[in-house]
Design a binder for this molecule. Structure first.
Ligand SMILES: [Zn+2]
Length: 285
């Protein structure tokens, strides 16, 4: 466990360095993306327990519907679930299947009946810019359609954006992703943000936030340039892919374990670029 401010703490999982954020406020007790392994979740529950009293509302905030972020939800039955109003039920279903696959492949023992993971029951579906107590929520799509960020005092919690561990994972839309980076930049400038919590890896202070935003833009620009050049030269998909695989991120080659995410980004970029030109998009040609 690491203390970030007087009220904010993070617990980091051994898997994907997933951060579960705990906020202990006078009126609220909050857990964000509680995960991942049962022992880790038990530590979070033990930490929260002394603060669970009738004067604090208990909230469980989900930044988006990926499987690593929802794995711990059923362990916190007394907490009201808060998601984006754009919560993507079909993505949640895919995530639950992925989680069941993970748990059965690696024999992770969770106490659900017949191994079936309960569905997420949202109590507060937050609109863009809506507040709940001291928490100010923003829709930040691009990574997924249902990604959500929020501000608490000077801390901005952004889900899977701006991690120091990975390049942007653009699972939904490049143009949304760019708009989200723009929104985060504005929030950092306008809302006296001093700390950014990404859900994977270490937090960032003000200067580093801006450096991470620059890195994310640079990566997206490079992919865009690649796709644009390929279209002009009428390159085939395998050429573009080979070029993409030779790109580096922050001075290092794309790690083996992230190549599929990188390729997915390229496909998303390719499809959106060709769609914007009203051209048919056939990445596999
Ligand atoms: Zn994610």
């Amino acid at each position: 466990m690491k203390q970030i401010t007087d009220h904010v703490f993070i617990f980091t999982s051994v898997v994907q360095q997933l951060n579960s954020v705990v906020i202990i406020d006078d009126d609220y007790l909050v857990i964000v993306d509680p995960g991942f392994f049962p022992g880790e979740i038990a530590s979070i529950r033990n930490f929260l327990q002394p603060y669970e009293n009738s004067s604090r509302s208990r909230l469980l905030i989900l930044t988006h519907s990926h499987f690593d972020h929802i794995a711990g939800v059923p362990y916190f039955p007394g907490y009201a679930v808060v998601t984006s109003s754009m919560w993507d039920k079909s993505n949640e279903q895919r995530a639950i299947r992925q989680l069941e696959k993970f748990d059965t492949e690696f024999y992770v023992d969770r106490p659900w009946e017949q191994g079936k993971f309960p569905v997420v029951n949202t109590l507060y579906a937050m609109q863009h810019q809506e507040t709940l107590g001291p928490f100010h929520f923003f829709h930040t799509p691009g990574h997924t359609d249902d990604s959500m960020s929020f501000i608490y005092k000077n801390v901005l919690c952004v889900g899977d954006y701006l991690s120091s561990l990975e390049f942007p994972f653009i699972n939904a839309s490049v143009s949304d992703y760019n708009k989200t980076l723009q929104l985060i930049t504005e929030l950092v400038h306008d809302s006296s943000i001093t700390t950014l919590l990404s859900q994977h890896g270490p937090p960032a202070c003000t200067n580093e936030i801006l450096t991470r935003i620059d890195s994310a833009h640079a990566y997206i620009d490079e992919l865009f340039h690649l796709v644009e050049t390929a279209q002009h030269q009428d390159d085939i998909w395998s050429d573009v892919l080979a070029e993409a695989n030779s790109l580096s991120y922050q001075g290092r080659p794309i790690p083996l374990g992230l190549k599929s995410a990188h390729e997915r980004n390229l496909k998303t970029m390719w499809a959106e670029y060709h769609h914007s030109l009203n051209l048919s998009s056939i990445p596999e040609r």
